[in-house]
Design a protein around this ligand. Structure first.
Ligand code: UFG
Length: 334
């Protein structure tokens, strides 16, 4: 079964390509490489021992999307392609609405035109904003978005819910990711931030590798166990497997359906806990300082994942230590 993976050269997309192929699907990538590198394809081919099919195209091109969906006999789509830099989204909102929502609309129209009815959408725990109670469940109220990026995920979910309500064939799952980290155990693919990383783990591994002088911990005066922010860090291969489980369930579903699932580990770790675990893994001290808070950060968020476990039989298999070992192995390979 051919599965179209938009943004399949990106961090989560490339690991999902591996999980799909291992599950017996044929992944076909469409990616414009605006935030990824072609070298990802070599890594994928090494892991899979086979050529990877891909289109170097932008998902906003309706004619191309229709053509790929039809000519490649696509059965389902996993839609990763989107911009994801929170700060940039506040500076250039139109870029984010145009790309993240424009491409979703183009994709949905092309899917309806081509008779493709199975879709997995990349959403985010950012839809919960700064939650009153932890862990968050899928019933936790969605809060007004704290960034344009976050708003594109909220609006994306609403668009999908409405499209499914009006289309008796459409089957869609939105996966709300917590914080994906780590890399494939082969160290052939991993996170490849272009420029200075925004996210914690690539900044840590680059600092340990000598590419960055020092990590700044953004605030230690939050109301958490050690004062630093708490997140639910999930191994990217576990997250990839969640996509496969979700895809199988909608392919097997006979009626139209829209559902959302948290995808995390169910555990929260502070920034300092993560640093300490990384130091244990590498056996070296990380150079870090405590700095001021970063605007827009929520103090703590981690997910209740019983819904996806009960419905799809999925659960995270890797712990924080394994994820950091894999991230570090990958960093040394780059
Ligand atoms: N952090 C640091 N120093 C750094 C980078 C991050 O202390 O150099 C801290 C942050 O303050 C935060 C934690 O590490 O407490 C995790 O930060 P990340 O940037 O790795 O992840 P976020 O939780 O901020 O971001 C994630 C996703 C985004 C999404 C956001 C919404 O990566 O795509 O959640 O909450 F928008």
């Amino acid at each position: 079964m051919n599965i179209l993976v938009t943004g399949g050269a990106g961090f989560i997309g490339s690991h999902t390509v591996v999980a799909l192929a291992e599950a017996g699907f044929t992944p076909i990538i469409v990616d414009d490489f605006s935030n990824s590198r072609h070298s990802v394809l070599e890594g994928l081919e090494h892991i899979l021992g086979d050529k990877v099919r891909y289109y170097d195209q932008n998902c906003n091109d309706a004619a191309i999307m229709r053509q790929i969906l039809r000519d490649d006999e696509i059965v389902g789509v996993i839609h990763f392609a989107a911009f994801k830099a929170v700060e940039e989204s506040m500076v250039d909102p139109l870029k984010y609405y145009q790309n993240n929502l424009g491409s979703l609309l183009v994709l949905l129209e092309a899917m309806q035109y081509s008779g493709v009815s199975n879709l997995i959408f990349s959403s985010s725990c950012t839809v919960y904003g700064n939650p009153d109670n932890l862990p968050v469940t899928e019933k936790t109220p969605v809060q007004p978005a704290m960034s344009v990026y976050g708003n594109t995920k909220q609006i994306g979910e609403e668009i999908l819910r409405d499209v499914v309500a009006a289309d008796k064939y459409m089957k869609v799952i939105s996966l709300r990711y917590f914080n994906p980290i780590g890399a494939h155990a082969s160290a052939r693919i991993g996170e490849l931030p272009l420029g200075v990383p925004n996210n914690l783990v690539p900044f840590i591994t680059q600092t340990a590798a000598g590419m960055r002088e020092q990590l700044t911990v953004f605030g230690n005066d939050y109301d958490t166990s050690d004062g630093t922010c708490v997140r639910d860090y999930i191994h990217v291969m576990d997250l990839a497997e969640a996509h496969v489980a979700a895809l199988k369930s909608i392919i097997n579903s006979e009626s139209n359906t829209y559902d959302v699932y948290n995808v995390g580990t169910g555990r929260g770790n502070s920034v300092l806990e993560l640093i300490r675990t990384f130091e244990e893994v590498t056996g070296t001290a990380l150079n870090y300082v405590i700095g001021p808070r970063r605007s827009g950060d929520v103090p703590a968020v981690y997910g209740d994942v019983s819904k996806i476990t009960n419905a799809l039989g999925w659960t995270a298999k890797h712990n924080l230590r394994e994820a950091l070992e894999d991230a570090w192995r990958w960093q040394r390979e780059i």
